[in-house]
Design a protein around this ligand. Structure first.
Ligand SMILES: Cc1cc2nc3c(=O)[nH]c(=O)nc-3n(C[C@H](O)[C@H](O)[C@H](O)COP(=O)(O)OP(=O)(O)OC[C@H]3O[C@@H](n4cnc5c(N)ncnc54)[C@H](O)[C@@H]3O)c2cc1C
Length: 507
């Protein structure tokens, strides 16, 4: 046991984009609060938030077909798409505020404008896409979206995908130019850099091993210093568990009743990355397809131009897979050790219900490179195996809980904020829509955990995020102002010329 003991206002566990966002929001609102961060890896943003571990899509529901569902009468429900779009606008406003205040610089290091497209094949899918386009394009949030099933137009939009296709093959796409590619790793590092300048204590190679409530209402967090091996003890009034895939275990250690009967199911991701600069140059969009039958929503295939390390790259995926680890740098015992007496029945029920998903994921892991190439060839018909490498992405731990609608052991594909009744601790579980909605999700944490302060903070929040508490969809004037001001602050005015990434990343 080390002698190192501290007492602080806030402890953030994990140095991913969620903790970075919460810390930044709090420092803007209450600069004198003391904040400590404990991260078990040696740098910030190395797990799911890292640029190679996620798809970098600024999820605004501009292209992801799984955010809109088809009703039995063929009409399309866009309510989820509206919510996600509004949440992304909140993130864009907060990032713009940080740039305007000079807290983060060079927004093109982390965000680039890039057309977002949805692409489908076959008459039935085309009818769905047309109906979806109709529903979305009537909404001001999705202004500028175009639809085409004309092969000539599609050749202009997506030459690489349209090359060597027979013209009889029915294919259609929508395109909207205001989409973005976001380097969440770069953003996370920038946010932690400015937090460090504001005296936030960043402790890397410090793994949180346990936590408990003290008699005086604080949280005592046990932390292992991975260099010295010593266990330190730190107390705080408020703890945020932002451990990504590691959050479930930490929530269980807190012992709060709100964390009971919850389980986790890990889904891994693999991308293919193109190493041929000529091919990379022929594509300029994020093109989302339709998930295969039986596939989980997060494995919708997409072919994406990416800007990583200020270089243009081309990635395809993600292929979902199964490993019992909850973090990319986690342990193979993660799944097993997450099963506790209180969630045993929930997990058992989920296991029985999701046999086909588990089978699907295991089959995905076993896919040979050639089989993966066949999936890529549905996008690029003449793709050559030697032009593509595999890269292992991050882990997503899907929440399993008992719900009224789904019954015991229902797999959730969204994000869950779990807070103690007294608001002294909060955890973020799940990973969709993920980093894109970090600001809204962290504002939700603050609303639930700081009910006495949130009203007092509101004017400042509105200054940072003008659409806070408002619906942009119902306020087209504000929407236009927000679009203009964020595009200006984040320099979203077209493509920046970049060199091609020749870095080879092995699986
Ligand atoms: C394949 C894939 C594709 C994705 N694509 C997108 C996308 O296109 N757009 C999007 O918006 N989102 C996407 N996401 C989701 C997004 O990456 C996550 O929602 C987001 O990065 C989560 O951030 P976080 O801070 O919660 O977790 P993380 O970034 O995983 O950070 C958690 C941190 O906690 C640390 N930690 C864990 N346990 C402990 C402990 N006991 N002690 C100390 N530290 C600990 C970890 O080391 C890690 O650094 C994707 C995710 C995956 C896996």
């Amino acid at each position: 046991m080390s002698n190192k003991q501290t007492n602080t206002d806030v402890i953030l566990i994990g140095a991913g984009v969620m903790s970075a966002t919460l810390g930044t929001l709090l420092k803007e609102l209450v600069p004198d609060w003391k904040i400590s961060v404990f991260e078990k890896l040696s740098k910030a943003g190395e797990e799911s938030s890292n640029e190679w571990n996620n798809a970098g899509t600024g999820h605004a529901a501009l292209c992801e077909l799984n955010y809109t569902t088809e009703r039995p009468d063929g009409s399309v429900d866009i309510s989820k798409a509206i919510k996600i779009n509004e949440q992304f606008q909140v993130s864009m406003q907060f990032w713009s505020h940080l740039v305007n205040r000079g807290l983060i610089e060079n927004p093109q290091d982390f965000i680039m404008q890039l057309p977002h497209m949805s692409m489908v094949q076959g008459e039935q899918n085309i009818t769905f896409l047309r109906n979806r386009f109709k529903a979305l394009s009537e909404n001001p949030l999705f202004e500028g979206m175009e639809f085409s099933d004309d092969p000539q137009q599609l050749k202009e939009w997506i030459p690489l995908i349209m090359q060597d296709r027979s013209s009889e093959e029915p294919i259609a796409a929508t395109k909207i130019d205001s989409g973005t590619d976001v380097n969440f790793g770069a953003l996370t590092r920038k946010l932690f850099d400015q937090l460090e300048n504001k005296d936030v204590e960043l402790n890397y190679k410090h793994s949180v091993t346990d936590m408990k409530r003290t008699n005086d209402g604080l949280w005592e967090v046990k932390v292992r210093n991975l260099d010295s091996g010593e266990v330190e003890s730190h107390t705080a009034k408020f703890v945020f568990i932002g451990g990504g895939g590691g959050s479930l275990h930490l929530l269980q250690k807190s012992g709060i009743p709100e964390g009971k009967h919850i389980g986790g199911f890990p889904v891994s991701g693999i991308f293919m990355v193109c190493k041929n600069p000529d091919i990379v140059e022929q594509h300029h969009a994020k093109v989302y397809g339709k998930a295969k039958v039986g596939a989980p929503p997060m494995s919708v295939p997409h072919l994406d131009t990416r800007y990583i390390d200020n270089k243009k790259s081309l990635l395809f995926g993600p292929f979902a897979g199964f490993t019992p680890k909850f973090l990319k740098y986690g342990s193979v015992f993660d799944l097993l050790t997450s099963v506790k007496p209180d969630n045993f029945v929930t997990m058992l029920a989920a296991g029985a219900k999701n046999m086909s998903l588990t089978k699907y994921l295991i089959q995905q892991v076993m896919l040979s490179k050639e089989k993966r190439m066949d999936e890529l060839r549905e996008f690029i018909p003449n793709a050559k195996s030697e032009d593509w490498d595999l890269v292992v992405a991050g882990q997503r731990v899907q929440v399993i809980k008992d719900t009224e609608a789904g019954g015991k052991g229902t797999l959730q594909f969204g994000t869950e904020v779990v807070t103690a009744g007294d608001g002294s601790i909060a955890a973020l579980l799940g990973a969709s829509p993920g980093a894109s909605t970090a600001v809204s999700v962290m504002l939700e944490v603050m609303t639930r955990c700081f009910p006495d302060q949130i009203n007092e903070w509101e004017p400042k929040i509105k200054e940072m995020i003008p659409s806070y508490g408002e619906s942009l969809m119902e306020n087209p004037k504000l929407l236009q102002e927000v679009h203009l001001s964020t595009a200006q602050a984040l320099e979203l005015n077209g493509e920046k010329k970049m060199s091609f990434s020749r870095e080879k990343v092995e699986a």
